[in-house]
Ligand binder design. Sequence first.
Ligand code: GLN
Length: 389
Amino acid sequence: MKALSSRTAGFTDSVIRRMTRISNQYGAVNLSQGFPDFEPPAEILKRLEQVAHEDYNQYSITWGAQKLREALAQKQSRFMGRPIDPNSEIVVTCGSTEAMMAAVMTVTDPGDKLIVFSPFYENYGADVILAGAEPIYVPLYPPEFNFRPEELEAAFRQHPKALILCNPSNPSGKVFTRQELQFIADLAGKYDAYVITDEVYEHIVYQPYEHVYFATLPGMWERTLSCSSLSKTYSITGWRLGYIIAPPAITDVAKKVHDFLTVGAAAPLQEAVVPGLLFGRDYYDWLRDTYTAKRDLLLRGLDDIGIEHTNPQGAYYVLLDISRFGFDSDLEFCEVLARDVGVGAVPGSSFFREPVNHLIRLHFAKKDETLNEALNRLESIFRKIPAKK
Ligand code: GLN
């Protein structure tokens, strides 16, 4: 038999999603793959019940149901501070996962270069390879995960077609400042590059940090593909609803890519989420406050146990330093953690280009009782996982 496509040889299956399977296997409290264990807003669930009887069973318009795009345009116009046209500037996708893949395929030809910050959300590596593009990795340095301006400009000098910007950032929890974004914008202008954003944590930003939409910086609307999703904002990761916002010259191409990749997102779910998009400011304040309390609960617990960790400015992840256990493989450490301590985590190496093996990622999009149970179990970590060296 002939060999299958070599396209996938450069990456494995998703380690994030693999860790969910491993957590389930050992009955661990799963803080690996980032998704909530609490309910979405009642208004959305109520609408879902009604929608089942309202004949939304066939395809919707390929780039998104009219009502969803109108509600989304209204909401994002408010938050981004510029009018967004529901008909020509939005493409609804199957999650931000498809939005990012479609954005990369909209912008690049095989052989084109793309700047990716490291650490990065693991999908970007596969997206770039599947599109036949070539990544240029630029490190973000802890503890604040800042880039070095000269390293970023050196990457731009290689004439990339685009830069991928995850803000707020998974897994580092970094929220890029306006000054940092302006520096990136200046380089994007100077070297004529597009910027593909992943802003799925746009509403999960801890005070005093603030989210600045890259597309709103002077001159950046024309060259930005703003990707995001409804998964994190409305706690509906399984609904697979995401989108790209961009000027019509870009969405014209993105619509074609999306159309042939998936035709469209699930029609009943596009209808059911509309009440969520019509929520006022209160909802987003509640979401921020809820996640702030969850972050504080987990970080305080980790401090009490004596595990060093990052301090996220946004998103819902924390990186734990496991150096003192002396494991050569963070993947092996995560298996032992799930099996012997009963907590699921993601090995940090799945996010870094550099050979980083001393970090693991936990997320805190969980009920307080789930987080407390994880902390109870983690209290025994030093007894149950003896240091190797
Ligand atoms: N963004 C989530 C994480 O990093 C998972 C997303 C997914 O599995 N599609 O864990």
